[in-house]
Design a protein around this ligand. Structure first.
Ligand code: SF4
Ligand code: SF4
Length: 669
């Protein structure tokens, strides 16, 4: 009788699970196609490291929020590792329990031998106790410590209770005598099968979705936006996202793979300065929108929605995704810094989705904040976001005799100046410093002069794909006509766009950041430097997001700073550095938008710089320079901290060397 009852329960449960799985898979496959099946070995390696090894979960991070005792943060991030492995080991035990329901004599010991079976049983015991302890900690964490982003939701309570009950019933059926052992056996089986069927509707869908999400993660260059077809006749054919199914199937899978660890939001500069943006919530919005629009929704879905989200569920269901469920303020708050994506243990790509939704606001709904609309007009009329006449693009080079490619068609490098380098008075000095270094180092370079236009980064990152493609295509046509092969630029935003995104439009160039080239010149002994006041003092580095996180270059600026005569010991690290560096607030078009909500991102970063004790902060991006100089001025700290590009520090040091040589030469004596 027991066997028949169990077989019926198991059959019904597995049948329902298969139906649910098919239902969700069909919804995912309704998304746009996207190829993610290349490099299978590398993908398998990712699964080994990041799924089974939980590498991102256990890696040390510098939390931006200083609101936590350190041990709580550490425990909070590591306990998932324990739960994960506990779950795997316990699943082996649960498999035995289920098999015994059909074949009472089944046991692992019969297969792997008595000793092996004994070791396995003790291992399961140990992990079960550990998982029970972790469940108690999880309840304590959510109810007592109340992390700001991980509340005690009904969903979480149900899941944690189910896991706890599974562990207790496991011990009950192993240790207690009849009839309690029998009751525990049935409890274990029923909870296990119910848990299996609840999984896909809960945050624990990640138990099933995390592995494929890691396997199908983006490999290679990060941060390349999918190209929209701006020549299409109707908006749907452009590829612009209008609702959930316009995202790729992989973007939809992201929502089910989210572990709700909140790391993305904890590291988000917008969230940390009081904006309404939580990248975790953006991912959930897409997933929840999909769930509420499933064509075969029934009363069970409504019941589950109300259980998980309470009375607000119905109101959310009628809202459109873009600008509704995910508000405009949320979408415009993003600086596209990539801090969220960097820390996500299951490789969810948040900024891409945010920019795709911005494209909808700009291209479909025509809802653009007024300050950004002004910037778009400036770009259309003058080819730069500042709106300064395009005929002034070469004013920065006055008196320097910088050649254009028409003067030197065979120059090895095109020096891409960028709009900030050409039009902003503070940044023009950095461009002049760079020219000095290139000349001293014997680099053969020329510029496009008045033929250079905006690279298109501000337009593309703020959702104006139409304007971006116009700007980019113009530049590519000019560069291809002049047979440009190598480009060097001081702007990481231009670098990212020209190097990684111009190939989508037929522009293929080898692009280097100026710190990479300067490093080569310094290490090759092509330029010589001497100690100057700034080089003797404490220098710190602010990592630009588009150089570091998006293009993986953290070492070049550090190597150049370390080569200054004051040496490596004069360079100090900010608490949030390299992969976890904190944004300056300018990316994603935010440079040209008022920061009306919360506090300013650049103030947060400036405070950290001032607190570091450095008297010079080196930058490697024009936008960062502008934001940090504003921050230092707003904090009345201009006499304490100077903001200089790495190139300015090097140029000063080279000048000092020349002065000393002149002073010591026999003629001056
Ligand atoms: S890209 Fe940066 S600003 Fe945007 S959501 Fe991610 S962490 Fe926040
Ligand atoms: S998106 Fe990634 S980092 Fe953010 S909560 Fe989900 S799993 Fe964690």
């Amino acid at each position: 009788m027991k066997r028949v009852l169990f077989a019926a329960l198991l059959g019904a449960s597995l049948g329902m699970f298969a139906w649910t799985l098919r239902r969700f898979t069909r919804m995912l496959l309704a998304g746009r196609p996207e190829s993610r099946s290349d490099r299978p070995e590398e993908r398998a390696d990712s699964v080994a490291r990041y799924f089974f090894g939980q590498k991102k979960v256990i890696e040390p991070t510098t939390l931006p929020a200083r609101r936590w005792p350190r041990f709580v943060s550490a425990l909070g991030s590591k306990y998932h590792f324990l739960i994960f492995w506990g779950f795997i080991v316990i699943t082996i035990g649960s498999a035995e329990t289920l098999a015994q329901g059909l074949f009472p004599s089944f046991s692992w010991a019969a297969i792997i031998g008595q000793t092996g079976g004994e070791i396995l049983a003790r291992t399961i015991d140990v992990f079960s106790i550990a998982v029970l302890a972790v469940i108690v900690f999880a309840f304590f964490r959510r109810i007592v410590l109340q992390p700001r982003l991980i509340p005690m939701s009904r969903d979480a309570a149900a899941i944690l209770s189910a896991i706890g009950l599974l562990m207790l019933s496991y011990f009950g059926m192993k240790r207690l005598g009849a009839p309690f052992a029998e009751i525990c056996w049935w409890t274990h089986v029923v909870v296990l099968l119910a848990f299996l069927n609840y999984l896909l509707y809960s945050k624990h869908s990640h138990i099933l979705a995390a592995l494929p999400n890691i396997y199908f993660r983006r490999l290679g260059q990060r941060g390349i936006l999918p190209k929209l077809n701006m020549e299409a006749d109707d908006i749907a054919a452009t590829g612009v996202v209008q609702e959930w199914k316009d995202f790729s199937w992989k973007s939809l899978l992201d929502g089910f793979a989210c572990t709700e660890c909140a790391r993305c939001t904890n590291f988000c500069p917008a969230y940390n300065t009081g904006k309404p943006l939580s990248p975790m919530q953006v991912i959930h919005d897409v997933r929840d929108d999909l769930r509420t629009r499933m064509p075969d929704r029934g009363p069970l879905d409504t019941l589950l929605d109300h259980f998980q989200h309470g009375a607000g569920a119905a109101a959310d269901e009628v809202k459109p995704l873009i600008g509704g469920r995910t508000s405009e303020d949320v979408l415009w708050a993003c600086t596209t810094c990539g801090a969220c994506q960097e820390v996500c243990p299951v490789f969810i790509d948040h900024p891409e989705k945010i920019i795709q939704m911005r494209q909808n606001l700009v291209l479909v709904q025509e809802k653009v904040p007024s300050d950004l609309a002004r910037t778009f007009t400036n770009l259309e009329r003058n080819g730069n976001p500042w709106g300064i006449g395009a005929d002034k693009r070469m004013d920065w080079a006055e008196g320097l005799g910088v050649p254009t490619l028409d003067d030197r068609p065979d120059a090895e490098y095109l020096l891409w100046v960028g709009c900030a380098g050409a039009f902003d008075d503070r940044i023009k000095k950095q461009t002049r410093a760079l020219v000095e270094i290139l000349r001293e180092g014997g680099v053969d370079f020329a510029v496009l002069g008045l033929e250079e236009g905006c690279s298109g980064d501000p337009a593309r990152r703020s959702g104006n794909e139409m304007l971006y493609q116009m700007e980019a295509q113009q530049n590519i046509d000019v560069m291809n006509a002049k047979k440009v092969k190598k480009v060097v630029t001081a702007c990481p935003h231009c670098l990212h766009t020209i190097k990684n995104e111009y190939p989508q439009l037929g522009g293929n160039f080898e692009v280097r950041h100026h710190t990479q080239l300067i490093r080569e010149l310094v290490e090759g002994g092509k330029i010589e430097m001497d100690a100057v006041e700034t080089a003797k003092s404490k220098v710190t580095l602010h990592d630009p997001c588009y150089l570091g996180r998006w293009n993986g270059e953290y070492d070049a600026p550090r190597a150049v700073l370390g080569a200054l005569p004051a040496g490596k010991e004069a360079v100090i690290e900010l608490p949030r550095n390299r992969e976890h560096g904190f944004c300056c607030g300018a990316g994603g078009g935010r440079m040209w938008m008022e920061e009306k909500i919360g506090t300013r991102v650049n103030h947060d970063r400036t405070d950290e710089i001032i607190a570091s004790g450095a008297d010079t902060v080196a930058t490697a991006c024009p936008f960062c320079t502008i934001m940090l100089r504003d921050g230092v001025q707003d904090r009345s700290a201009a006499d304490k901290v100077q903001v200089l590009n790495v190139s300015e520090l090097v140029a000063k040091s080279m000048k000092r060397k020349r002065e000393l040589e002149t002073a010591n030469s026999p003629r001056s004596a």
